[in-house]
Design a protein around this ligand. Structure first.
Ligand SMILES: Nc1ncnc2c1ncn2[C@@H]1O[C@H](COP(=O)(O)OP(=O)(O)OP(=O)(O)O)[C@@H](O)[C@H]1O
Ligand SMILES: [Mg+2]
Length: 456
């Protein structure tokens, strides 16, 4: 290859070569020059490209450095970065603040110079611990520029370089004063929480005891008023019987005795005694059942379920409520004479008493009060509808009607426990359901659903 094309072309001319050959040589020279220029162009373009790339990387590096610096300087815990010989390479602003020295003063100094003398041996062991892979977590005192001791909770761990070789350690720490304060605040808060919790448990216990007592009183109220009404009637009969027997003993004439007998309605009373006594026994049994349930409440156990005629229970509940009621509504029965289910008879009776009592209360001031009781049966359950022609239930009350103590009645006349107890009995004890809605023809309608065979 020619090092100097101009020199070479003049040499051929000087040598007297033919002009054709000269021309050929000149063309070769030109193409060599073009090649060189093109090559330089591409090298220059590469250089420009590398420079742009380098500038971009440089700016990203600067950004990353600024970011790391801003993070390190905003950490409130102290941060000391050392090489493997324990010489300080970097500290953060928090350390400068706490000990009152600048980063420049600290760089390349041994880390032990930052701490009290009594800890020197412990600090000397740091690199060894780090090599063995164990973490260091201890409480030691920093020494400030004014020779003041600052207790710190210190944490030390290993630092690795980009080839994953151990290159030093990183010490972080927090003044213990702050930690102690936080701990004591935490302790106090915990104590307060414990006391509040105890109070809460205590008041919850009292509230459930209150609910229990009120519930028992509510359930006892019905059979007792029924018993009371029966006893009152019997006492009245006893007076009349006494008058009649006294007349028999003083040899009153037959005609006069007959007259007295019809006047005192002795025969009607005789007919009435049996149902009165039977009803009273039933009422007493109910009271005793409630007391027994109360006992069982303290030692909960599965209640006895047996087969019984639901229709009889409905009839008995109606007669109980109507006996003690001031008004006597028209009662329409839409059910068969007999429908046997397996459930807890006492609970079903208790639910029905509450529902019928509520219906009677709701229709209290209505002119022509009417209660419609319908029973439908399907494959595995019965639905008992109790529909009254009272005012119905306000939309906003429908959602809270089964809540304990929800009542719209005047203070002292209702506890608001009837539906709460009934709902619990229907859903939990009888595995059924109790729902409420306003009937399309007016009034409220409660639907008690019961499985044909509870606990199956
Ligand atoms: N058939 C009904 N028609 C209209 N409102 C009703 C009917 N049944 C219940 N309610 C409403 O539901 C409320 C709660 O009934 P619940 O039986 O729980 O308590 P209460 O009847 O008020 O009090 P207690 O049952 O202690 O006598 C009643 O105050 C009443 O407002
Ligand atoms: Mg009620």
């Amino acid at each position: 290859m020619n090092d100097h094309p101009h020199q070479s072309s003049s040499l051929t001319a000087q040598a007297g070569l033919p002009s054709e050959l000269n021309q050929h040589n000149r063309r070769a020279d030109d193409s060599a020059w073009i090649e060189v220029v093109q090559h330089m162009d591409s090298i220059y373009a590469d250089l420009v490209h590398y420079q742009v790339e380098l500038e971009e990387k440089n700016s990203a590096l600067e950004d990353a450095q600024l970011f790391i610096q801003s993070v390190i300087s905003s950490i409130s815990d102290i941060l000391i970065v050392c090489n493997i010989n324990g010489e300080i390479q970097q500290v953060n602003h928090a350390l400068e603040e706490i000990i009152g020295k600048t980063a420049e003063e600290l760089l390349d100094k041994p880390i032990s110079s930052l701490f009290c003398e009594q800890h020197l041996s412990l600090i000397a062991e740091f690199p060894e611990h780090i090599r063995s892979g164990s973490l260091i977590d201890c409480q030691i005192e920093l020494i400030s520029s004014e020779q003041k001791e600052i207790p710190m909770a210190i944490n030390c761990c290993a630092r690795f370089d980009h080839e994953n070789r151990l290159s030093g350690m990183v010490v972080t720490g927090r003044p213990l004063g702050e930690l102690r304060k936080a701990y004591s605040a935490l302790h106090q808060a915990h104590e307060k929480l414990k006391t509040a919790n105890l109070q809460l448990i205590q008041s919850e216990k009292m509230a459930s005891l209150g609910r229990l007592v009120a519930g028992v009183a509510h359930e006892l109220n019905n059979p007792i008023s029924f018993l009371y009404a029966n006893m009152h009637a019997l006492k009245n009969y006893q007076q009349k019987f006494k008058t009649y027997i006294d007349a028999v003993h003083v040899n009153t004439s037959h005609d006069e005795l007959q007259k007295l007998r019809s006047q005192l309605r002795i025969d009607a009373m005789m007919d009435d005694i049996n149902p009165l006594v039977e009803g009273s026994v039933e009422g007493a049994e109910r009271v005793s059942e409630i007391v027994q349930n109360l006992r069982k409440f303290t030692t909960p156990q599965e209640q006895k379920k047996q087969s019984f005629n639901l229709i009889l229970v409905i009839k008995r509940a109606i007669s109980w409520v109507l006996k003690a009621a001031k008004t006597s509504p028209e009662v329409i029965h839409n059910y068969p004479a007999e429908l046997n289910i397996i459930s807890n008879e006492g609970y079903v009776h208790q639910i029905l008493i509450n529902l019928i009592q509520n219906a009677i209360d709701a229709m209290d001031h209505r002119g022509q009060s009417k209660l419609v009781i319908t029973v439908n049966k399907n494959d595995d359950s019965v639905q008992l509808h109790i529909h009254d022609n009272g005012p119905g239930i306000k939309q906003q009350n429908l959602v809270k009607i089964f809540d304990p103590f929800f009542t719209t009645r005047t203070v002292g006349s209702g506890t608001g426990l009837g539906l709460y107890i009934s709902y619990g009995l229907a859903t939990e004890q009888c595995q059924g359901d109790l729902t409420v809605s306003n009937h399309k023809d007016g009034g409220a309608e409660f639907i008690l659903s019961l499985p044909l065979e509870a606990g199956k």
